[in-house]
Design a protein around this ligand. Structure first.
Ligand SMILES: [Zn+2]
Ligand SMILES: [Zn+2]
Length: 759
């Protein structure tokens, strides 16, 4: 019998051909296996039918752990048998199928870690030790198929020893494209901040010592540069905050081990599992009572972003020091993508760092670390990037057409929807300038090539002035694609529906800002959405509140608070007492009050984020937003220690949840109640109020499911209180577990809104 088999999915870069080879030889089959240009694998088998059947069973049941099979296409061939053995053939560039993809970068596996520590192993202490089961993939590939010459590993020809292992079917590195050793692989080296070589026998461990002593280093990893330093010394942290112009934004840290993490943070079993998974994301963990790292790591937050080492290099940084963790934050200039090039790093980081730890392998594609947190037991994506992209989100149904979506403006990603698979790009960042726009375009192009997708429609946000909207318009014209504009909050709800295959849903969408259907500022919306229908019905929302001075009210939450409280309580004395928190002091207080009296320079918003900001300001928790979500995050951090002593009853009128009285109540109870309890009461009011409004609307429309989405859905307190209220009413409550609730999931939402409806 002669059979041709094509396998699609994640089957390149995961040890699939070696697995096929071994299975075929074991079953006495002849023929070949080869990679294809569409990221699939092609197999030709010759042998008896029974053996072929066993092969087909093993193909599904015994596949390598990192492989994902989407489809197995078989066809019987009539010609005579022609092979006398089974071989791995040179890859073909054929691209017939679409929807396969290469895997994300994979953290160092336990076998490689053992070899890294074994003095008798030829790769003892080799910082980039990898095998078929681990190492970079997405960040090194330039084109398909996934062969060494198509990756940045082509600059490192194999030595005799590595070549032998590469060719040995019984070796773990049989056909491993990233195989390398100290002789033939990438080299690490240390330089001064000016790029002058620092002679060292052991540059990686030397770098670890420098970190421990309080130096700041730029460290090149798989998908970009990190800026690293001590987590316990205030001096370098203060310097880092000054030069990076990041006075408050938390720094991610890398800890030497799970045990080390437990000395300063709480880790539950779900968090431990994610920390140690091959994706090795940054996990937001609650600081423990014995937290001893510098307050400058994650100022005034109850949690800290921690990851475990994911390369040999990372592990070795800790070898000669006692530090439990180092700061390891992505190196990117403000509003620019993560730095991925040695010269660029020297140019842009020499004022920031004392030393560079470089290696000489090029990075084909940048990729930031992923960030997750756990709500009770389930994972919540803050950022889905390294370790996850470009693996697809598998959907229950097939899209009507192939869609590319460019997302919104902040925390952006792009997405390709191809049949029942959604490929979300790595984290792009805030797309406001030419560098990030180019990054977005290149990442999207690359994703289309990797998945062999041919979209005929491009989706973007409704906002006419977003850089991504302009890019979508340009690309639509250039490629003759149809253009689709998708409202921001509708995209969030559509994302949640697609993730759960929900047919009809009342979606509660809370975030900072999204462009409403008539250009209004939305952000606390209750939408009715049904599968198959493009569009939504806006059933309810938060009360409208004034943004005094437009965007200034977003930056300075006291303006927001003033706008809400004005006319309800006498705020003037309070504002004058806090005048130092306005950039122009008392003069600005007068201006803000005058603008409110004359109704000048005021835009209205229904944003949930702005209400949380205002509460943070009234409670004296945060007066300036120096990073996205700062006031709300700090408010949540305070609230987690509080109780609902105030028990405020949500005020719902005309499909609107009132947000004025809650501010008045909090303002008036400031002296009587503790800050932690007031912060909790504010969360309880909003979460219960929105949930009650959602339940009311669901019952009116005979719908059994309520979903919570938007950036505010990452807030554990809001989500848990909302869940209680919704489930107490006997309704189902849905949240995101596969895509980010915030704007990192927007491109996915836009894509499914188009692809799953009759747009
Ligand atoms: Zn390995
Ligand atoms: Zn070698």
């Amino acid at each position: 019998m002669r059979l041709k088999i094509t396998v699609t999915g994640i089957v390149q870069g995961v040890g699939f051909r070696p697995f096929i080879y071994r299975t075929a030889v074991l079953n006495k089959l002849n023929g070949y296996v080869r990679n294809r240009g569409d990221a699939g694998v092609e197999i030709l088998l010759e042998g008896n039918q029974q053996n072929i059947n066993i092969f087909l069973r093993d193909l599904k049941e015994k596949k390598p752990p990192l492989a994902q099979i989407h489809q197995i296409i078989t066809s019987k061939l009539k010609e005579k048998e022609e092979y006398t053995a089974f071989t791995i053939q040179k890859s073909s560039s054929e691209t017939e199928h679409s929807g396969s993809v290469i895997p994300p970068d994979i953290a160092i596996c336990n076998d490689c870690l053992k070899e890294l520590r074994d003095p008798n192993d030829p790769r003892f202490e080799y910082f980039f030790i990898t095998c078929t089961n681990c190492g970079p993939r997405f960040t090194i590939i330039e084109k398909l198929p996934y062969d060494r010459e198509n990756t940045t590993m082509r600059d490192f020809p194999l030595c005799r020893f590595c070549k032998k292992e590469y060719a040995d079917p019984l070796n773990r590195r049989f056909h491993a494209q990233t195989v390398a050793c100290p002789c033939c692989g990438p080299k690490a080296y240390l330089t001064t901040k000016k790029g002058e070589l620092v002679t060292s026998e052991d540059p990686v461990r030397e770098a670890g010592k420098l970190l421990s002593e309080g130096c700041i280093l730029a460290i090149k990893g798989y998908g970009g540069f990190h800026v690293a330093t001590s987590t316990i010394k205030d001096k370098p942290l203060t310097k880092l905050r000054q030069v990076k112009h990041r006075s408050q934004k938390p720094f991610a840290i890398m800890a030497r081990s799970l045990q080390a993490i437990r000395t300063f943070a709480e880790v539950n079993p779900a968090e431990a599992e994610l920390l140690a998974s091959y994706s090795r994301p940054i996990m937001l963990l609650n600081k423990s009572h014995s937290y001893y790292l510098s307050e400058l790591v994650a100022p005034r937050l109850h949690n800290v972003g921690v990851m475990l080492p994911y390369t040999g290099l990372h592990y070795m940084l800790f070898d000669k020091v006692d530090d439990a963790a180092f700061v390891m934050t992505s190196a990117n200039p403000p509003n620019q993508p993560i730095i991925n090039d040695n010269d660029e790093a020297l140019k842009t980081l020499s004022d920031t760092v004392d030393y560079f730890l470089f290696h000489n392998r090029r990075i084909a594609h940048r990729c930031d670390d992923s960030v997750l947190r756990v709500h009770s037991k389930s994972q919540v994506f803050i950022r889905r990037s390294r370790g996850y992209a470009p693996a697809p989100i598998m959907l229950k149904q097939k899209a009507k057409r192939c869609v590319i979506a460019l997302g919104g403006e902040l925390n952006n990603t792009s997405c390709i929807l191809n049949e029942n698979k959604a490929f979300i790009s790595q984290h792009i960042g805030d797309v406001e300038n030419i560098e990030t726009r180019n990054f977005l375009q290149n990442a999207s192009d690359h994703l289309m090539h990797l998945t062999n997708s041919k979209p005929d429609i491009i989706a973007c946000d409704l906002h006419p002035k977003f850089t991504t909207t302009k890019l979508a318009e340009d690309l639509a014209e250039e490629n003759n694609w149809q253009l689709a504009r998708v409202q921001h909050h509708y995209a969030h709800v559509a994302a949640l529906m697609a993730e759960h295959d929900a047919k009809e849903i009342v979606g509660i969408c809370c975030d900072g800002y999204g462009y409403g259907t008539s250009g209004e500022a939305w952000g606390g919306e209750i939408l009715l959405c049904a599968e198959g229908t493009f569009g939504f019905e806006r059933l309810a929302h938060l009360g409208k509140q004034p943004l005094v001075g437009g965007d200034l009210a977003t930056r300075y939450p006291l303006r927001m608070a003033t706008g809400i409280l004005h006319g309800k309580v006498d705020v003037k004395d309070w504002l004058l007492a806090n005048a130092q928190h306005f950039p122009y002091g008392e003069k600005e207080v007068e201006i803000v009050l005058r603008q409110l009296e004359n109704n000048q320079n005021i835009v209205e918003t229904t944003s949930c984020g702005r209400i949380l900001d205002a509460i943070a300001a009234v409670l004296g928790i945060c007066y300036e937003r120096t990073y996205e979500g700062e006031p709300a995050m700090k408010l949540e951090s305070i609230a987690t220690r509080g109780k609902d002593k105030l028990r405020l009853k949500p005020i719902i009128k005309n499909n609107t949840l009132d947000t004025t009285q809650i501010l008045v109540d909090i303002f008036e109870n400031k002296g009587k109640c503790s800050q932690v309890d007031l912060a909790y009461a504010a969360h309880a009011y909003l979460a219960k109020g929105l949930a009650m409004l959602g339940v009311q609307k669901a019952q009116e429309n005979d719908i059994a499911t309520i979903g919570f989405t938007g950036g505010a859905a990452c807030n554990e307190l809001l989500a848990s209180i909302m869940r209680k209220t919704v489930e107490a009413a006997g309704l189902q409550f849905l949240v995101h577990t596969a895509v980010p609730a915030g704007d990192g999931g927007l491109s996915f939402g836009q894509a499914v809104a188009i692809g799953f409806s009759k747009f």
